[in-house]
Design a protein around this ligand. Structure first.
Ligand code: 13P
Ligand code: ZN
Length: 270
């Protein structure tokens, strides 16, 4: 067996988590990531027949039976992942019953996966139904997006249009827009179901007064998605309250749509 610390998926996960911490998006244990892996990505590094522990997940994920996930641990600090990946991360397979995690590696101090596993796995199921390449669900607490949920209308169309108007590239990066959930209790199956439902139509879901979820094909793309939305929210928070002299017009947003060959969420542009 090769050393798992050299596995590309683990190296990339550690780099991403560290980068997110350095961006200030993940204070204390804030944030969590799940990365879906193919069996042949891990067989050089782990004996997939050796299950260290079985952990009930508390909901049903039948579509994910047999799938492998690398997931941050609950209560674990992103800041510390690079120093002790085996304690702060875990790699498990969803058992045939669809409601048990078969731990193959990690959570070495007896810990377990993030408390937001419902939002992660339910979102994976929804995103896979619309995009078979989706492998990542990422949650964090970026300050400007969070701040925006205190001062901006939470209507999804209004929220999305504001972000599109803040930076030229936003409509290119997230033409599907941003969906928004009102404040809900986190770490529950209910917020998991609500998040997954919102994931049907957009890869970004804001949790008002809490943070954001992003989904994508790999860690880099998903990070970039959140990074772009957060930059737009930063511009908004700098100009909110100031008299607006210029904006990106709908005609210009249509120009971007055509030039970059993307389709803006239906009904969001006039
Ligand atoms: P976990 O430590 O359980 O991952 O929770 C962090 C968080 O951001 C909750 O929304
Ligand atoms: Zn959170």
């Amino acid at each position: 067996m090769k050393d798992i610390m050299t596995a590309p998926f683990l190296v990339e996960m550690i780099r991403t988590v560290t980068n997110m911490y350095n961006h200030g998006w993940d204070e204390r244990n804030g944030g969590n990531i799940s990365l879906m892996l193919e069996e042949d990505e891990i067989t050089d590094y782990l004996d997939i027949h050796h299950v260290c522990r079985e952990i009930p997940i508390g909901f049903e994920a039948p579509d994910l039976a047999g799938r492998y996930f690398l997931v941050t641990g609950t209560g674990k600090y992103f800041k510390n992942v690079q120093y002790d990946p085996e304690k702060n991360l875990g790699l498990f397979r969803i058992a045939k019953d669809g409601c048990t995690a078969e731990l193959l590696w990690g959570y070495s101090d007896g810990g377990r996966f993030t408390s937001e596993l419902p939002a992660h796995l339910m979102s994976h199921m929804e995103r896979l139904a619309v995009d078979s390449k989706n492998c990542v669900v990422m949650h964090c607490h970026p300050a400007n997006l969070l701040a925006m949920t205190y001062v901006h209308d939470l209507d999804e169309k209004a929220f999305t249009r504001t972000l599109w108007q803040m930076c030229t590239e936003c409509i290119v990066v997230f033409p599907d827009g941003v969906n928004v959930l009102p404040w809900m209790l986190c770490g529950t199956n209910e917020i998991g179901r609500a998040t997954a439902e919102k994931m049907r139509t957009a890869r970004l879901v804001v949790w008002a007064q809490h943070g954001i979820y992003g989904a994508g094909k790999d860690l880099d793309e998903t990070f970039g998605l959140i990074e772009t939305a957060e930059k737009a929210a930063e511009i908004y928070m700098k100009i909110a309250g100031l008299p607006l002299k210029n904006t990106i017009t709908d005609a210009q947003l249509h120009e971007l749509e055509q030039h970059f060959d993307v389709v803006a969420r239906e009904g969001y542009l006039s």
